[in-house]
Design a protein around this ligand. Sequence first.
Ligand SMILES: Nc1ncnc2c1ncn2[C@@H]1O[C@H](COP(=O)(O)OP(=O)(O)OP(=O)(O)O)[C@@H](O)[C@H]1O
Length: 306
Amino acid sequence: MPNTALLQVDRLNSYYSIKQHQSMQALYDISFSMYSHQNLGVIGESGSGKSTLVKSIAKLMPSQSQQILFNQQRIDHLTEKQFKPYRQEMQLIFQDPHSSLNPYITIEQSMMEPLEAFPRRIPRSQWKEHTQILLEDVGLSSSVLKKLPMELSGGMAQRVNIARSLLLHPQLILADEPVSALDFIIQMQIIDLLQTLQQKHGVSFLIISHNMSIIKQLCSQLIILYKGRLVEYGSTHTLMNHPIHPYTRSLLVASHNPLMADATNTTTSETFTVHGESFTFYPAQRNQQSILKQVAPNHWVTLYQT
Ligand SMILES: Nc1ncnc2c1ncn2[C@@H]1O[C@H](COP(=O)(O)OP(=O)(O)OP(=O)(O)O)[C@@H](O)[C@H]1O
């Protein structure tokens, strides 16, 4: 594994204001690193904090952390203005392909928006050619440029979003359920496309998904979130084949057998052993004190001391 992280998140805590003077904590002490040319998957049930994680990293919501480093530069304490240069390096793709595109402007106008926001990133004389090459890369002809988003299928609109996310040569793309709104066949095509684009453009993806097989295909590293906590993190292969945390194990059971989807809704505590030491997982408690412990070279697990 390379030594310097593309993204390093240390003890990230995120909150939503729910009423005046009242907030709800959505993420607790999340720590992880991801490296260039590597994809990181984030998996967890609904409400576990996956989207909050992406929004917090991209500074779309306020959060607190010990530090967040992007290419070894601290980005957590930056103002919106100071953070602007990093927005070109860190692009977002969302679940609903059409909601990311302004319905009233053509695809060409949508594609120009990022270039106009960062006009010095790509020489203006190359904008047209650059856009056309990227559309080709995602399997679209330049005839889509004159269309409105409503004239495109979900798969085509998501291809436009992917091309758009690559316009500024970002290093990191944060993709929040990028294929879950699409039909199965289109999902497979988009996943293949992401793989090809990663190789061609050298970009890294942080991908949120409910789907283990998508993560398995695309991501070498994996984070498992549960109720706002990172419960297990490390190599996808290790987590899928030798999970330690009871929640990871129940998630894997549920992913292999849809009839066992309730397996992740456990409310009883469970004791498990790491290197001969006994720990208990309390599924019902959000505020349980815990530590993230490294159990192998590329494997961390959140432990609750019994
Ligand atoms: N705008 C908001 N205001 C208040 N609470 C919120 C808001 N958005 C999310 N939450 C809460 O924060 C927690 C984490 O939500 P988040 O959307 O990050 O989960 P998720 O894992 O992405 O879920 P899903 O898979 O359903 O998208 C949940 O308890 C959710 O109810």
